[in-house]
Design a protein around this ligand. Structure first.
Ligand code: 9UX
Length: 69
């Protein structure tokens, strides 16, 4: 398992937090995503043999948010 942190622009309420958590945890290979509204970031735990940062960024952007690595 590997962990990465992605900074996110545009989250304003706990609904945003929940939708980002949901899209990330649906990606095969992701075992957990903890989103912090206060810190404007998400910590993702995943299997690097299956998925990676490009897919995470794409999922977050498709959900309507900006990512900053
Ligand atoms: Mo809150 Mo976010 O009403 O996508 S859910 S602003």
């Amino acid at each position: 398992m590997q962990t990465t942190i992605i900074n996110i622009k545009g989250m304003t309420c706990m609904g945003c937090v929940r939708s980002i958590k949901n899209v990330l945890e649906k990606i095969p290979g992701v075992s957990g995503a903890e989103v912090s509204l206060e810190d404007a970031q998400v910590t993702i735990e995943y299997d690097a043999a299956i998925t990676g940062i490009d897919q995470f960024k794409q999922a977050i952007e498709e959900a309507g948010f900006e990512t900053i690595i």
